[in-house]
Structures are given as C-alpha cells and as structure tokens.
Design a protein around this ligand. Structure first.
Ligand code: KE4
Length: 429
C-alpha cells in the first residue's frame, strides 16, 4: 500500500509536534510503521492522504457512533458556526444537551459540561475530595481515566501500549494517594476498604474496561463497588467517557442497573467535537462553584458548536431501534471473527458489550489487566498491518477497544470478516 504522503507528512510533523502527534496512541508505536494521515472521512470510511480508503472501527476512539460527517450533525455545526462559535456566555443549547443527559442517565440530576474526558474526571475527583475531605482515590490497573495527575498511576490505553509503567512528573505525595487494585477482584476491594475505607474519597472505575481492550465487569462486581463505597462513605465514580451512550442510552449504569454518585462523560455527547461532562445528584453537584465552593471552570465549556453537535447526536441515538441495530451489527462481526480464528486454530478470546468489542490473542480468559498482558502483541502487530493492507482500520494497539457504528453496512461487515481472515492467515506466517 502506498503511504508515501503519510510518511512525508509524519517527518514534517515530527519537527513541530512531540513524536509527530497530538496524542501518543496515534503514533503507531505499538504496530510499527508511520501513522496514517487522514484527509477525509464519511460514514464508516476514512481516506488517507495517499487516497487509501479504510473501513473504520476506531471511530475517533469512540465518539462517532453515527459515523463520520453525519449530514445532520454537519449541518447543525455549520448552522451554529454562522451564528458564532463561542460566546463565553450561556446559551439554550447547553440547557438542551444537559436535559437530554439528565433524561437518559439514571444517576444524573445535574451535569456540568467541560471540554474533555480528562477534565471531567479531574473535576469529579476534586469534587469527591471536596465533599468528603478525604485524599485517597481507588482505581483499577489497566483502566484509563485521562491524563490527570492522580490517574496516571498504572493506567491503561497509551501507557500500556507504549510500555510506560509509571509516568514521570507526577508529584509522589499525590501518586501515593492513588491506590490500584486488580479489575474484577471483589475480595481485594473489600480488603482495601476494610483497612482504609475511612480515608478514601472515591473509587473510580470504567464500568466496562475499555482501555486494556474491552474487559466487562464480572457479575456482581459493580454492585459490590456500590455497596462497599456506600458503607465507607466514599463516592463511587463511573467513568463513562467511553460507555456513556455507547452501550445503551443510559450508559453502563443503565445496562447493569448500578448507579454511581458521579458519572464522567465525553466522546459521544460531543458529536465529534471536544467535550466532557460530569454529573450526579443535585446534592452532590451543588458543591460545585458557583453554588458550592469546589471550583471548576472553562473558557469553552458548553460551547455552542459542541452543544449543537451533541444535541443532534443524542437525538439520533434516541430513535427507535438504534441500539438493537448496533447490537446486531456487532454480534455479526464478532461471530465472523470468531469463526476465522477457529478455522485457523489461532488462540483468541472475544469480549463485547453492545458495540464495543475486542479480540485478544491469548488462550487466557480475559478478566483483568494481568490476563490482558498475556496477549501476543507481536501477532497483533502483524494482524493490524495485514488488516490495513486489506482496507480495514482498527485501533493500533491490542489494548484499545473496537467500535461499531450505526452506519456500517452488512456488506462492509462481510468485507471486514473476509479481510480479517486473510490478515490472520498472513500473521500466522
Ligand atoms: P479525553 O481527555 O481523551 O477526552 O478523555 C480521557 C478518557 C477518560 N476516560 C476514559 C474511559 C477514556 O477512554 C478516555 C480517553 N480514551 C482514549 C483512548 N482509549 C483517548 C484516545 C487518546 O488518548 O488519544
């Protein structure tokens, strides 16, 4: 495949951007070769600067559940841009999006818009520490909650893809306040809370792990987290930046029937524009300035463009049959991929919740970060590059999620299954 222009641009980019990228996971470090530079995208397909076209399962790392350049989202953004891109003042648009979030997410009565998932999580942690007067935070190994200082401790996503065990620059006195546990291990949660529960401000969890590949919660895991945090007077934070509006209109909390104290959102609610949000009960959220004294602010928070795009996105998602269709498409793809590996005798594990899914090249059952780390990342690297040659684009790391959109066609899913079989066979060597 001709990737001349991508390589040319990458060498120029490296002169002015760290590693030639604005986010490490795009750099293709885990899969080799120069990253693709994208020229355009439409529906389920992206075209790079060399004219190569790909069926896309990255979806900008989750936001584009209705595909690229959806006409209704594009026209909402275009229309709003003509009315102004940012006022630094309130608009009706932000009320409309907040009302949609409140109506959909079972635990949210009040929500604050910010500009990224990282900002949502940082704010949620500050809020939990402000409410409880406690310092300690509990998270799970392999979960990624953005690049806020307290969370870059044994985190997933780019840190595990790039093999960065600990991120330099985090003040040690802060890092010590972050306690890590193995995902899905209820006994270890109970043990820690028995010992230190009174010092813990919050436990934050991806209710479905999405940053070590997709790792679903085992039955009872989320309800145990709810019970343990309740008992200790600690807040339960669901980081639903990926799962919110992805696995159901009410996110993972609706899907599993467990309500957190604070929910972090991002990605999908911005319709492809920069956005984040955090919300909870009025009692919790009224601690946030200007009502309460926990300060959090943002120049572009609730900006009209992202609100306009998010409003259309949530309207599209509220239509009858959307999640059923996502389920059917995702099940069809994963069934095809499973048949491929079975025919070829390749050890692989499959995980999926709705339209987020992973194929792990290991014979170990996937339950946590340790089991995920048993994957054959060299095999994944060959598979990734083989798929790319066949015109299919997945996340350039074994430790990321795959995303189906509402606009992938059956024909594209069949093409993907065929491409995957060829890439698997080639990867076997
Ligand atoms: P952002 O600050 O990147 O908008 O969101 C951070 C974040 C928070 N919580 C979860 C569960 C997330 O998955 C993320 C960001 N996800 C990564 C990919 N898994 C974004 C891709 C990137 O870092 O470029």
């Amino acid at each position: 495949m001709n990737r001349k222009n991508s390589s040319r641009l990458f060498s120029i980019a490296k002169k002015v951007l760290p590693g030639g990228v604005n986010s490490p996971v795009r750099a293709f470090n885990a899969v080799g070769g120069d990253p693709l530079f994208i020229k355009s995208a439409k529906g389920s397909r992206m075209t790079d600067v060399d004219g190569n076209e790909f069926i896309d399962y990255v979806a900008s790392w989750g936001p584009l559940i209705f595909g690229h350049a959806h006409p209704e989202i594009v026209s909402a953004i275009t229309r709003q841009a003509g009315l102004g891109t940012s006022y630094g003042a309130s608009t009706e648009l932000e009320i409309q999006l907040a009302e949609k979030v409140v109506a959909a997410m079972p635990s949210i009565e009040v929500v604050r818009m910010v500009n990224s998932g990282t900002e949502a999580v940082m704010s949620a942690l500050r809020l939990a520490r402000g409410i409880t007067g406690r310092d300690k935070i509990v998270k799970f190994e392999g979960c990624y909650h953005g690049h806020g200082d307290s969370l870059l401790v044994k985190a997933g996503s780019g840190l595990v893809s790039l093999g960065i065990p600990e991120c330099p620059g985090i003040v040690s006195s802060l890092a010590e306040k972050t306690l890590n546990l193995p995902y899905n291990n209820i006994d270890r949660v109970r043990e820690l809370f028995d010992k230190e529960g009174k010092e813990i401000a919050a436990l934050i969890v991806e209710p479905i792990g999405g940053n070590m590949g997709v790792v679903p919660p085992i039955p009872g895991f989320l309800s145990a987290l709810r019970e343990v945090t309740e008992k200790a007077g600690a807040l339960l934070i669901f980081d639903e930046v990926i799962t919110g509006f992805r696995v159901s209109l009410g996110g993972a909390q609706k899907h599993y029937g467990v309500n957190p104290d604070i929910t972090c959102l991002g990605k999908i609610i911005g319709g492809g524009l920069p956005v984040g949000a955090y919300g909870g009960s009025r009692q919790v959220m009224d601690h946030i300035s200007p009502v309460g004294s926990v300060y959090q602010a943002g120049t572009l928070s609730g900006n009209p463009l992202a609100m306009a795009a998010g409003n259309v996105m949530l309207d599209l998602l509220s239509k009858e049959g959307v999640y059923e269709s996502l389920e059917q498409k995702s099940a069809k793809l994963c069934q095809g991929l499973r048949e491929n590996v079975e025919e070829l005798g390749i050890p692989a594990q499959f995980t999926r919740v709705g339209s987020m899914f992973s194929m792990f090249f290991t014979d170990q059952k996937i339950v946590d970060f340790e089991t995920v780390k048993s994957c054959d990342t060299e095999f994944f690297k060959r598979y990734f590059n083989g798929l790319l040659e066949e015109g299919v684009y997945i996340a350039p790391s074994q430790f990321e999620a795959g995303f189906m959109s509402a606009v992938h066609t059956d024909e594209e899913i069949n093409l993907t299954i065929k491409a995957s079989r060829k890439a698997l066979a080639a990867a076997q060597g």
